[in-house]
Design a protein around this ligand. Sequence first.
Ligand SMILES: O=C(O)CCC(=O)C(=O)O
Ligand SMILES: [Fe+2]
Length: 282
Amino acid sequence: MVNCERLSYALGAAITDIDIRGLINGDDVKSVQEIWHENHVVIIRGQSAKPQDIINFAENFGVLDNHEATPFYRMEGYPQLLEITTKPFNGRPSETRNVGRNWHSDYSYTDRPAAASMLFCVNPAPLGGDTMFCNMVKAYETLSDHMQKIVNDLYSVYDISLTEGFYERDPSEVATTKQLNPPIAHPAVRVHPSSGKRALYVSERVSHFHGMSQEESRPIIDFLCLHATKHENIYRHVWKAGDLVCWDNRTTMHVALKDFDQTKARHMLRATLIGEKSGFLV
Ligand SMILES: O=C(O)CCC(=O)C(=O)O
Ligand SMILES: [Fe+2]
């Protein structure tokens, strides 16, 4: 039996009575899935999981991405996990110290935008470093009918170089990552294949709408991002070691706040569930 408790007005629920290391049975997987669809973000606290435990748990919910779109950020020996960390690597600053600093949905700049992500906190920042999530179904539903009709016809062009802090990373890795992920257009409204819910699919990593100039697109992108990230549409997660936070990338955006001392360890592991093939190169 899986129990849950809602965490905010717009989205987010904590699931209790679950140990992700254990074999969870089919009924429990179904219950977690239902809670997840309903609340978009699910938090499982107090876990003492090893990398393989995270992989095993995540595989209950779909096919894991091997992160070929961002090969440099994979955990050694575990291509199914990205290491998001401030810890220096081989004497160099970590390339993932600044991941997720503007509002986005994971892997939107690829042709297989992520269905969902699961982020495990090994080490939280000593103070700050929270992650915020917003509900993109609500964002869509609270637009006027006219605005909904407008966005229904738009294609968002996602550009990996709009990832905040991207150019602060290693130049040769940046060049390869850009080559692997050329700008790609996806429908500005994403339909969830299981729930049929319509969600806005626009973020701070959208350069323009396909067929429109940047000048024409900018005010609409800015409006939609502001609208989606209003306070009442957000859940803010304060990390503790052992938290596993699972989010639906089809129905939410998130941002990792940089309000923490980056000389201290903040260490996370992320599994990514592959979504449907989508989009066209522009
Ligand atoms: O570090 C975080 O809190 C989240 C970073 C991020 O955007 C991600 O893991 O997808
Ligand atoms: Fe992210």
